[in-house]
Design a protein around this ligand. Structure first.
Ligand SMILES: C[S@@+](CC[C@H](N)C(=O)[O-])C[C@H]1O[C@@H](n2cnc3c(N)ncnc32)[C@H](O)[C@@H]1O
Length: 342
């Protein structure tokens, strides 16, 4: 068993935790949780969690734990120092510390970084490590919460720019109402889709969810009532070179497929996207009923809705069991609710 720390991004923490749990499940990674605190998850696993972390949009980084300590008034007390076998000879390193929450320690963070740098240097003395603050081979990272210091080797960190090229405004076909890519990715992750499985979005619009699922290696199918959107979605899928996909013009109340391993979707609520004259509640309810005929047993359906709409009540009425409700406040007048169903 090895101990890791997942550092969740500051905004939308609950979504970040749930997204990471979902990807661990999707990648069949067994783990046990030691501690869940403000933005951190300390967990043990025999497997490599980076495969799951890489999929996540709301995870900041993964540390392989070296030590946990306390920063007292005039000294730093680290528990055992785990020597990691991956640290090779004659490489360079840096130490960085991030404080979460209020600063309660007396020391300045750069002083603490230097002190820990000394520990690292001494513990890997035979490896002859050199300091390089700009471009180190190894980044040792400390997370300070109150006086508690979690310290480890950074083994994965989020690359924000990866999402940038797939933002709605950068796609050939763009419509207002398309979700930011990081949210689309998180929702797709919550559906636990795996590589080569069949992912389905029945209100696919320009294909934001399909692009993310295809990027994860799923086979994707989208359907959409509006023929202009079907054309645009195809353009987008070609642009991102997603070949294992089909986009069909169809009403989500009469689904054009027999089986799906996961469904994730962003239905219209007649705010930014049209319901084509239908009553919102009956459209969502009829879709939910229909979706149960194609979703495989024990598989997930995830959809978003304005929180005030309380769409989870329709899901329960349609016979789904609610796994999670995640509210993400986007601005003063809109909280997006993400509903995870089985
Ligand atoms: C919020 S948008 C989806 C946005 C999409 N996730 C994206 O990335 O562009 C909802 C879509 O549902 C479509 N729609 C509305 N009524 C529908 C129905 N009965 N069946 C299928 N699609 C429908 C709308 O045309 C719209 O494109």
């Amino acid at each position: 068993m090895k101990k890791y720390l997942a550092h969740i991004r500051g905004h939308y923490q609950e979504l970040g935790f749930e997204e990471f749990f979902a990807t661990l499940e999707a990648e069949n990674i067994q783990y046990s949780i030691e501690k869940k605190d403000n933005q951190i998850l300390l967990f043990n696993t025999k497997q490599n969690p980076v495969k799951a972390a890489k999929r996540c949009a709301f995870l900041h980084s993964i540390l392989k734990m070296i030590s946990i300590g306390n920063v007292e008034k005039d000294k730093l007390e680290l528990q055992q120092f785990i020597s990691l076998p991956e640290i090779k000879d004659d490489k360079t390193f840096a130490v960085r510390i991030k404080k979460i929450g209020k600063k309660v320690i007396e020391q300045d963070l750069p002083d603490l970084e230097r002190e820990i740098g000394g520990f690292v240097y001494n513990n890997y003395r035979t490896q002859n490590l050199k300091v390089n603050l700009k471009n180190p081979d190894y980044l040792f990272f400390g997370i300070l919460i109150g006086r508690r210091l979690y310290f480890g080797l950074e083994v994965w960190v989020l690359n924000h720019s990866e999402y940038e090229s797939r933002e709605p405004r950068n796609r050939p076909f763009f419509r207002p109402g398309s979700m930011k890519t990081e949210f689309a990715r998180a929702i797709v992750n919550l559906s636990r889709i795996k590589q080569n499985e069949m992912f389905y979005d029945p209100f696919c619009g320009g294909g934001g969810f399909l692009i993310e699922a295809a990027t994860l290696g799923a086979n994707v199918l989208g359907s959409e009532l509006d023929k202009f959107a079907v054309y645009g979605c195809n353009q987008n899928m070609k642009f991102y070179k997603n070949t294992y996909c089909s986009i069909i013009r169809s009403d989500s109340r009469h689904l054009p497929i027999k089986e799906a391993d996961a469904i994730a979707t962003d239905p219209p609520y007649a705010i930014q996207s049209s319901t084509h004259g239908e009553n919102v509640n009956s459209l969502i309810y009829d879709f939910l009923i229909e979706s149960r005929t194609i979703l495989k047993k024990d598989c997930y359906l995830v959809f978003s809705s304005p929180a005030k709409h309380e769409s989870e009540l329709l899901a329960e009425k349609a016979g789904y069991s609610i796994q999670k409700i995640l509210d993400t406040r986007l601005h003063k007048s809109l909280t997006r609710r993400i509903i995870v169903l089985k």
